[in-house]
Design a protein around this ligand. Structure first.
Ligand code: F6R
Length: 612
């Protein structure tokens, strides 16, 4: 949450910072701002609303500067407004700061500062932290770097901060704990950002800053230190990402582009890992730890949101194929309760961003208790991938649309590979079924492509129901988590209230909602539950609900009960969820677009949830 960008070097900073903010807008978009330094004067411009509004606001203003920091905000402390937008300036006007994260003890620090006469112009924790730094710097007559180091020792919470000093026209001081920071190394220039997307077009050499590290960044020098003032050698990594991956490429929205990328992202995820002809699955992270995985007393899957839904699908598959007990936990619940985690437990952490604060802290807690952590992560080099003992990347590429689509199918592909490999080694699956499932998995990209070719018919369904006020999504077995995912996608992107339910559970309550106005989406592909879900359709039809069914090609019964059907290619029930979710992604997309919603940046959301 919140995107931060910085630049120091020979070029004009403003265009670089602004472009970077546009790339990071998916992280938060309720206000934005920049701080630039010209002839010793700090020019701070900030505006409520999207980055485009800031861009308009600064027209005609002094933007001349070779150093700059910029921020796009997802509000935590204080409503979205010009006043609460970042950057914030210190009381004496000397420093400007941007911040991603939450300073938990800000209230106590604020009271201390108020007693000393400090006044605040915003409601933010950031302004408190900055004035705390200023106060330390004044009292100790020390450098900004020193003052920041002292301040951070008293701060609890999460942060990635960048500060510039009007007395130092070249240096950005940065620090991180719990919120990401990447530094791009150019020729006589440096770029700083929350992720690599603002950096990629200038350099591929980057340093991922670690927690409790401070960076002193000048055009031709990067010094990393820990909070004990000891130098740390920067570890330079080469980015494996192309600029095209973070641009819309002719699509109206990133979300649509990402939905349509799925045949190739799933293919990329399987490539080099799955060889159906040879009957092999090769994944370094799994192969090296296979005995730990198959001998787990229990597997706990920890995730949030859409990634949690991928975890639920994995629970069904791993229990069925590997006969290992699986529990799926919301990271935010796990971290605050007193869960039983023992040595011999395996934790699978699922995360697109690899930065979700709740998941990260939950993993740290499980790790302390001796659990083995396996990360299923999309963002390469992210915090969760780094704290995991082992893992597998989903290789879906950068996901910019706030609603997760291709990352979800990438997660399912990795989890299916993982379950199959474990079942094969554990010998809990027959050779024939193993081989059949490998072939089916290999065919998934082609089948997703076939579904996407039919997207127009989903558009028609979306148009018919765009004015509905509620939706119900029902599924059974492997498709139950897909019902949850379909409902979540619709809520996020169209602001229509939607609930996902196990189809059989409906009669224990939600059926009271059914009337002739309620659209009910059945995920009713041909599987071992099919007859049962057809009975559930009858129950809805008898109550005049409007039925939209996702069915398997060739099903002749479901269409007789449905107002609308969308057919997907046949697939084994274990594989079906990776296909049946695609029409639901399209449905939410088209409903959102037809309601005029900015589907890439729906209200109140942010892509990377780095606050609790
Ligand atoms: C929904 C969505 C969120 C994320 C959740 C976890 O479309 O994107 O529910 O799935 O915030 O994020 P990651 O996977 O980055 O940990």
């Amino acid at each position: 949450m919140c995107g931060i960008v910085g630049y120091t070097g020979p070029r004009q900073a403003y265009p670089i910072v602004l472009k970077g903010l546009k790339r990071l807008e998916y992280r938060g978009y309720d206000s934005s701002g920049v701080a630039l330094l010209h002839n010793g004067k700090l020019n701070v411009y900030k505006k409520k609303g999207k980055v485009a509004e800031l861009e308009e606001y600064v027209i005609g203003k002094d933007l001349d500067s070779g150093i700059g920091i910029g921020h796009t905000r997802w509000a935590t402390h204080g409503e979205p407004s010009d006043r609460n937008a970042h950057p914030h300036t210190s009381s004496n006007g000397r420093f400007a700061m941007i911040h991603n994260g939450i300073i938990e003890n800000y209230a106590q620090l604020k009271t201390e500062l108020q007693k000393k006469g400090y006044q605040f112009t915003s409601d933010t924790d950031t302004e408190v932290l900055l004035n705390f730094v200023e106060d330390i710097q004044n009292n100790n007559n020390c450098t900004l770097e020193e003052a920041l180091r002292i301040a951070l020792k008293r701060v609890s919470g999460a942060y990635c901060i960048l500060i510039i000093d009007s007395n130092d026209p070249e240096t950005i001081i940065a620090a991180r704990k719990g919120s990401p920071l990447v530094i791009g190394i150019g020729k006589g220039e440096h770029f700083l950002a929350s992720d690599a997307s603002p950096i990629i077009e200038y350099t591929k050499e980057v340093v991922y800053v670690n927690d409790y590290e401070l960076a002193i960044v000048k055009p031709d020098e990067l010094i990393l230190k820990n909070l004990g003032n000891e130098k740390v050698t920067p570890y330079i990594t080469k980015l494996d990402m192309e600029l095209a991956a973070i641009e819309k490429g002719g699509y109206d929205h990133f979300m649509l582009k990402e939905i349509f990328e799925q045949p190739s992202t799933i293919y990329d995820c399987l490539r080099g890992r799955l060889d159906a002809d040879a009957g092999t699955i090769t994944m370094g992270g799994i192969d090296q730890h296979i005995s730990q995985l198959i001998n787990a007393n229990r597997i706990m899957i920890i995730a949030c949101g859409t990634s949690w839904h991928a975890g639920l699908v994995a629970e069904y598959i791993i229990e069925e194929l590997c006969r290992i007990p699986v529990e799926v936990e919301y990271a935010s619940e796990f971290r605050y309760r007193n869960p039983i985690v023992n040595k011999g437990d395996v934790i699978i952490a699922i995360s697109q961003s690899g930065e979700t604060a709740d998941t990260l802290v939950a993993l740290e807690k499980a790790k302390e208790n001796g659990a083995f952590i396996f990360g299923v992560v999309n963002a390469v080099g992210s915090s969760i991938s780094r704290i995991s003992h082992a893992g597998a990347y989903t290789h879906a590429g950068p996901e910019i649309g706030v609603a997760s689509t291709k990352a979800f199918t990438g997660q399912l592909a990795v989890l299916m590979l993982m379950a199959l490999k474990m079942a094969f080694v554990k010998e809990t699956i027959s050779k024939e079924r193993y081989k059949q499932l490998l072939i089916e998995l290999q065919d998934v990209p082609e089948k997703v492509d076939a579904i996407l070719k039919n997207s127009e018919s989903i558009k028609t369904i979306a148009e018919a129901y765009k004015n509905a006020t509620d939706f119900l999504f029902l599924g059974r077995g492997y498709n139950f988590p897909i019902a949850l995912e379909g409902a979540l996608k619709l809520k996020e992107i169209s602001y229509i209230h939607a609930e996902g339910y196990p189809a059989a559970e409906m009669k224990h309550g939600p059926i009271a909602l059914v009337d002739e106005k309620l659209p009910v989406v059945f995920i009713a592909t041909k599987d071992s539950y099919h007859e049962k879900i057809v009975s559930n359709m009858q129950e809805i039809k008898a109550r005049k609900g409007k039925i939209i069914s996702i069915i398997t090609e060739g099903d002749v019964i479901s269409p007789t009960l449905s107002n609308h059907v969308f057919s997907i290619p046949p697939a084994d029930e274990v594989i079906a969820p990776i296909l049946s979710v695609v029409p639901l992604q399209l449905l939410s997309y088209y409903v959102g677009v037809s309601k005029g919603i900015d589907v890439d940046k729906p209200r109140n959301l942010a892509k990377s949830v780095t606050v609790e």
